[in-house]
Write a protein that binds this ligand. Structure first.
Ligand SMILES: *Cc1c(COP(=O)(O)O)cnc(C)c1O
Length: 411
């Protein structure tokens, strides 16, 4: 018992304590709303970090899951999986890609994308070209390679030698990219809009300049659209907003609507090294996951859905701008595209998120002192009005706690 008492681990549960969790648990969800175990309701503008793109309990997804669940869950990739071939065909038809590989998470999708970029050059007789230029403030996942790619020292330190081959430069700095490219460079790995970094949107010219630079130097443009993809910005993928076509792309989060699913996608040319035996996964693309992925696409690719997301995103952004006007001491800036929006706050962003939660509204802290608003893509005017009202009350509470103006003394 003495051992337990002196343990540095809070005795909240037997879950390895790698998260500072809020002391709330949810029992059910419906659309944009979550019901906590105490029966109280929360407006969910986090959507499980951009995962529940169609909200909670979407009837089409629930039906697809149950129907497939009765038939067949898993078979392995030693056999053809018609549902996976179908989803891959639809993703290819709707995008730049020729091939898709399904994974179970974003980090795995990135691992596959990184391997594909390296193998492209190896297959072309240049195995020494394995490095990727990456960006400060990036986030690519928590595996050994993706923490190295993300470059955040907090995630890297203590886990042994950092995986070689990632050269970070400031986000948006094309000159720095030019300087970082060497004869060992395989490509550039970039989020079109940085998510965890704080909804940082680069100028459109940046991604176009990256594309031109990659073409000029014979290297690959690899996009991480794990967060920005699957309709989040009002386009199926955010790079479409910038008029740029990648060679390789990783996506996840929204693609399964809540079922663990990711994918990397490649052109035929960029994927030239990935033949039989080059990569594998036990679960990736199994029938149950594919039923969910296909059901998500049914909705996201239905005529008008993405245009509607773009319009609703503008509406929400305008409402947030008005909220900023009303609370300039709390809100510093509104940014983002579509329904991938960020509020940069003057108060610590974590305090803002706690104040919002006290109003039973969920938002998600990110880098650069930003809180993210990533509502289900089905959210509309009613949910926006409710969100603005709740965030307004959160701002009022935060204002009441600010030190009195023009008075140096705290009391
Ligand atoms: C969430 C995220 C990842 C990692 O996805 P996991 O499913 O947590 O492994 C990678 N890249 C970006 C941009 C993300 O937002």
């Amino acid at each position: 018992m003495a051992d337990q008492m002196s343990s540095p681990v809070p005795a909240l549960s037997a879950i390895l304590p790698t998260y500072a969790r809020a002391d709330v648990a949810f029992a059910r969800g419906d659309g944009c709303w979550l019901e906590a175990t105490d029966g109280s309701r929360y407006l969910d503008f986090g959507a499980g970090i951009a995962v529940c793109c169609l909200g909670h309990g979407h009837p089409h997804l629930v039906d697809a899951l149950i129907e497939q669940g009765r038939k067949l869950w898993h078979v392995s990739n030693l056999f053809r999986i018609p549902q996976a071939e179908e989803l891959a065909r639809r993703l290819v038809e709707a995008s730049f890609a020729d091939y898709v590989f399904f994974t179970n998470s974003g980090a795995e999708a990135l691992e596959g994308a990184i391997k594909t970029a390296r193998k492209y050059h190896a297959a072309g007789g240049h195995p020494e070209r394995f490095r990727l230029v990456t960006f400060e403030g990036a986030f690519h996942g928590r595996t050994l390679a993706t923490i190295a790619a993300g470059g955040n020292p907090k995630y890297i330190e203590g886990f042994g030698p950092k995986v070689e081959g990632f050269d970070p430069v400031p986000f948006g700095d094309i000159e720095a990219v030019m300087d970082a490219i060497t004869p060992e460079t395989a490509g550039v790995l970039v989020e079109p809009i940085q998510g965890e970094g704080g909804i940082r949107v680069p100028p459109a010219s940046f991604l176009r300049a990256l594309r031109a630079l990659c073409d000029e130097r014979g290297i690959l443009l690899v996009l991480d659209e794990v967060q920005s993809g699957m309709g989040r910005t009002g386009r199926l993928f955010a790079h479409e907003l910038f008029g740029v076509i990648p060679d390789i792309l990783a996506t996840a989060k929204g693609i399964g609507g809540g079922f663990p699913l990711g994918a990397f996608m490649t052109t035929r040319e960029a994927g030239r090294g990935m033949g039989v035996g080059a990569h594998g996964t036990t679960y990736g693309g199994n029938p149950l996951a594919m039923a969910c992925g296909n059901a998500v696409l049914d909705v996201v690719l239905a005529p008008g859905f993405l245009d509607d997301v773009a319009l609703k995103g503008l509406d929400l952004k305008q409402r947030l701008a008005a909220l900023q006007d009303a609370h300039p001491q709390i809100i510093a800036e509104i940014r983002g595209e579509g329904m991938m929006l960020g509020i940069r706050t003057h108060v610590p962003n974590t305090e803002f998120a706690v104040a919002a939660r006290a109003q039973h509204m969920l938002v998600i802290p990110a880098g650069d002192n930003v809180v993210r608003l990533l509502p289900p893509l089905i959210a509309g005017h009613d949910e926006f009005a409710e969100a603005i009202a709740r965030l307004g009350r959160a701002c009022q509470h935060l204002e009441a706690d600010l030190p009195a103006k023009g008075n140096g003394s705290p009391s």
